[in-house]
Every structure is written in C-alpha cells, then in structure tokens.
Design a protein around this ligand. Sequence first.
Ligand SMILES: [Zn+2]
Ligand SMILES: [Zn+2]
Length: 798
Amino acid sequence: MAIEAKWQERWEARGTNAPDLTRAAKPYYNLMMFPYPSAEGLHVGNVFAFIGADIHGRFRRLAGHDVFEPIGFDAFGIHSENYALKVNMHPGALIPRNIARFRDQLRRIGLMVHWKHELSTTDPAYYKWTQWVFLQLFKAGHAYRKAGAVNWCPDCKTVLANEQVIDGFCERHPETPVTQRWLEQWFFAITRYVERLLNNLEKLDWSDSTRTLQANWIGRSEGAELVFVTPTGDRIPVFTTRPDTIFGATFLVLAPEHPLVDALTAAEQREVVTRYRRKVSEMDVVARRVGAREKTGVFTGGYARNPATGENVPVWIADYVLMDYGTGAIMAVPAHDERDYEFARLMRLPITQVVAGDQPLPFTSRQGTLTNSGAFDGMRCDEAIGKISDWLAQRALGKRQVQFRLHDWCISRQRYWGPPIPIIYCDTCGPVGVPEKDLPVLLPETEDFRPDDSGVSPLARIESWYRVPCPQCGAAGRRETDVSDTFLDSAWYFLRYPSTGHADVPFDRSLTKQWLPVDSYIGGNEHAVLHLMYARYVTMVLHDLGHLDFEEPFTRFRAHGMIVREGAKMSKSRGNVVVPDQYVAKWGADTFRMYLMFLGPYQEGGDFRDEGIVGQRRFLDKVWDVVHATSMAGGASVPDRVVRKLHQTIRGVSEDVPELRYNTALAKLMEYVNELRKMEAGQKGHGIPASLVEPLVVMLAPFAPHFAEECWERLGHQATVFEAGWPAFDAELAKEDQIELVVQVNGKVRARIAASAGLPEAQAIALARADEVIRKFIDTNEIRKVIFVQDRLVNLVV
Ligand SMILES: [Zn+2]
Ligand SMILES: [Zn+2]
C-alpha cells in the first residue's frame, strides 16, 4: 500500500503519465467512456471497464507509443439532477463534490490518466462548445423543431426516449406508468445519415456485438410504399416489406392520430372513434409499440381502395399503429401476418390467402408462390416483390422504398441541469442562433430549479434571463428555455480532450490531426445504440462542414463484459454491490486490478467472489520473492526448458494483451513464475539471472503498475518501467523441444521420426502413419493395436 502511494506521487511529480501532446512521435489515443459522477462514487463496473482500458493503454505505451489516456466527467443530466432533488441540494453544489471523490478513486486504482486534460461537461468552458456544436448543426439545417407525441414521466417531469421506457414504466421510476404528451421540441436529423451510419459499420474495427446492435437499431428494411385511395380522392400511403401480398390486403389500420381519420370517420362511428382516440392519447408510446396485450381498435366507417384488386376495404384505427413510424398507416394482410391475423380474427374481418401453401394460416414465409393474385398467380414471392411494386408504380399507386427504424434525435429536455439550447425566438425572424461570440449561454444560477408538471423548463420561470433582444433585428426576443440532451455533451467530448487548454476553439486543428480519430475506445454495450451512434453522427456532420478530416470517430471499439456477484446481477436493492474502495484499501490497487482481470475474458465479464482475491495477492508475493532472488551478477546457468518457457510466455502474452485476453495472459505469467521458482529451488544460492526476471516485470506492469515500478527499481533501474519497452521473443527459442520418436510395426523398428516433446498419443499415431516408410509397411492393413510410450515409441500392430 505504501508502495502504491509512493508511485502515485512519483508519477505525478515526474509527469510520467502526462506526455506533451504537441511532441508525440507515435500518438495513440486510448479512450474510455467518461463516467457520470454519481454521489455513490465509482462502482465496480466502472472500475472493471477503466482498468481494462488502462491495461491496454499501458501495453501500447510499452510497445512504443505515446499514449494519451484522458478522463472527464459527464456531469450534466437528469441522473445528477434527480439525485440533487432527492437529497435537497443544488446540483451545482453537489457535482464538484462528487467529481473530487471520483478523481481520488481513479488515482487510487492507478490509471495512467493525463490529468491536465480532465474535463467536465458542466464547465462553461466546455459547454460553450457543446452549444457551438448545436449551432453548427442548426446552421447546416440539421436541427429543426417538430411537434409530436412523446413519452412523459410524471415523476421525472420530462420527456423520455423510447429506450428509457421499460414495459410502459419509467426506467428511473419503475412504479410510474409513462404517459403521452404533445410537445414542440428540437430534433437533429440523424436519419439523413442513416445509410452512411449503416454502411460504415462494415469498415469499422468494432466488436461484432456492438455493430449488430447498431445495425438493428438502424433497422433497415426494403419494401414498397403503396397507395390506397379513399372515395373522396385522399391518398393513404402505406409502407410494406411484402408488396407481393397486396392482393390479400383486406383492410387498413391507421394510427389514431392519423390526419385523415376525421375525414374518413362516418357519422355513426364518430362517437366511438373519438372516445378511442382519447383513450389512446393517455398511453405511452412504448406500450403501444410492444403491445403484448390484447389488440384493440375501432372501425372508422370509412373505406379505401386496394390498389391491386380495386376493391374498397374497411379502414380501422388501432393503438399499435404509430404515427411516427413509417406513414402512420398499415395495410393488413391477415393471411400472412401474425398481428394482422390476430386482429382480423378478433374483429371478424375477411382473410384472403394469396400465398399458396398447406400450412395453417397465418403463413408468413416468403418461400412460396402467389395465388388469388390476378396476373401474378404462380409467381415466386421474392420475384413478385419487385414486379408488383413496379406494376403499381406505373399506375402511380406505389413505389419501391427502403425504410429505417431509426428516428431523428430529440435534443430538447424540459429540465434545468443541462446546457441551454442557444436559440432566441423572434416574432419576425423566427428561431435565431445565438451569435458564436456570445457563447456560452450560461445556465442561470437559481434555487428554483425543480421541474413541475407544466412540461415547461424551469428556465421559463426566470424572466430576466429569457427576455433578450433578437440578435438579428434587435426586436424583443425570448430565449429557448429547454436545455439539451446529455447525449449531446458526450457526442463530442473525445474531440475536446486533446485541446482542453485551448479557450478559443472547440478543438485545435493540429492537435486534432495528430491525435484523432481515437485509436482505441473501450466501453459498455449499454451505450452501443445511443452514445456511440450520436457520436458517429455528430462527427460526420462536423466532417461534412469541414471541421474534421475524418468521419468516423472511433477506429477500434471493444465492448467489455459485465461483472456479476456470486452469479447474481449487482443492484442496490439486492444489497450485493461491490464497493471497490474497501477492496482497494484491504488488498491494494494492483491485487484488485489483477483480480478483476482474472475473473474471466474481459469482453465477457465474470463472477466476483471475495475468496478469489487472495490468489492474486499470493501470486504477487511469489513475484516479489523471484525479484529478490535475482542475481545481478548473472546467476545460475539456465536450463533450456526455462529459456523456452520465457520465450513462449512473451509470445503468448504479446498475443493475448492486445486482444484484451487479460485472463489468459495472467495465467501464462503465473505458469512462468512457477517455472522460475522451480529452477531457483533446484539451484539454491545462485540466484535467478536478471534476463529471466526483467521481462516478467515488464509484462506484469500493465496489470500491476505500482508493484512493477517497485520491482523495476529494486532491479536497479532509475527510469520508470514504462520506458523499458515490451520484451521481444525469439520464435526459434520458443519452439517446443524436438524428440526422436521410434516407430515400430509389429515390434520391428521401421523408422525414427522427429516430433515435438509432449506430443499426445493420437497425434503421434497420425504422424507415424503419415511417414513414407511406415505407409509401405502398414499398407492397407487394419491397425489392430497400438503401443504408445510418450516421447519414445509408437508400435503399430497390424
Ligand atoms: Zn421517471
Ligand atoms: Zn428578429
């Protein structure tokens, strides 16, 4: 423990972890996801993530790179604000305290952080540029206002993203059903980049799991937009991935909010339609989307013409159709769609089979041929998809189309704790961006920051703040009172880190050129769809506007796994959360680091059990003994097997560490230490040559940095172990020993072949049988029996 404090002080004093960014020969940007500084402090999940990333950074450094490893704090947002509300404090007072605590914890676990580049998203010197990013998107036409139905948590008193609603309840308030509200908000047009966001995924060196999550979230589907026309001539477009089944579309279902509902509703249905629409408006968006419960819906009394059959089909409304996905209307083909089938059965609507097959309905496979489909009868479904789309296109009743699940990004939050959106409304000029010279728009200090049920931001209560002249015409204007989404803060922070010292620009051109894109980014897959997608999008826009010369921010991304405790997920309610501080205090940071990395494959995670830690401590004690048994004078003669083990260990660890296989790397180091101890025990008093011990200390350094520094010093070195360079191995020396295997056939020696020592029986037999001479003797005879003596003999009895 004293050792750890000593080295942390020394790193600080010597600037060991603070490279001069302007003078790096081989820059390597090693990024980890910055934490939100909660009052509880770092949890073991954070620590696991950071340590894995830190090991990667330290390894790169030993391999000759100038590694930049920054950290910061994602301190704005609803988590911080809700906590402040709970403990009845101002978030502005709470956050600095939490950050101080996090900083101590991060130092304590021995991260290689370049503290001069620390940032916090709540710092006006930072969020000035978050607002600048907003303005760039606004000027480029990427930011727009739209009114829409949104998820509203009555407890959070703010809008929730769909991803934050779990089975109809708020993710932060599992007791609170989410409701729906109609609000005008700011959006970023991320859907404009949807193809690029999808196609670029193939080129990225990212975890497959993360790429899949992104691709699914983008949700590309190919199909067609087909048009149903009402008797009064209104056109109702619908998107379908199965235009081949249009002849089986026996009714339409519209979102209750669809603009044509009023016009379509027949007088006798008006009352029931109105009542249904009112009921739906009280539901949340996600419950409607998932809809595991029984389907509901009502008939409007109106009809529209099926573009293929020319027949009028009834038009219904139902809550499971959403206005913001696709066109807000679907064609129902009950014979070939589960949900439509269920709805048709429930409402007693007609069902027409149009794909031939003898399975029971609904029959949803695309492997089939058409029936009841006029001129298209007998055509294969996959062929008909294009043919029918084109046929309807010729009659202006359809077109081929690709659709995405991804929505535009809602930026507005009706809360206090965020950067004010830099917009001023003017009756004449409309929304005007705050001139860049007037940034930052400071978040006003107020004690009255509690959200209320009005749906309006607390900033709207500070009249002296929001009443400002229009920057364009000087008339009386009004500031936007919403703040921006926390995900905007984190969508560009990696651009800021190298340039934190530059007050005049968001990111310095030459530093950015030198250090970005990020070489390695490590974080959790829980951020795969929001944070990582938004960061890619913002980078793309800034690239297109000429601010950056790359469009993908993270060259390599790896998702780390999760830590559970004794098989169970950790949670406050279970009371099984591992508080890292206690373990670090008891065992030291190095032992704790090694223990976490030894739990399992880093990218899969592991099961935390208290009793396992002592094993890591014993291992470090063994290394300590080995270091003390090191002879500077050369030591004893070294058996070949130890030399081989050294080179094999270097080879294995050099392969494992860059691939984040930390647990297997540690296992190899443990084996090697046992080999050294065996050797030493056999030659008491001679000491172990330094050439066998130094590579061990260097390879251990990323895992146990303080301990390795101390060992390195004891081995007589002045400079930090992190300047020692990663050890090289000799492939020849790493080769397994060759032995001579005697091969007999029916007890007579017929050949002697070279094989590696320790070859198991099956492989030895295969090798013997493959030998030119032996093949002649065994010919086509069946081998009846084998006598095998390892590393000596194979006797084949035929
Ligand atoms: Zn809530
Ligand atoms: Zn104006």
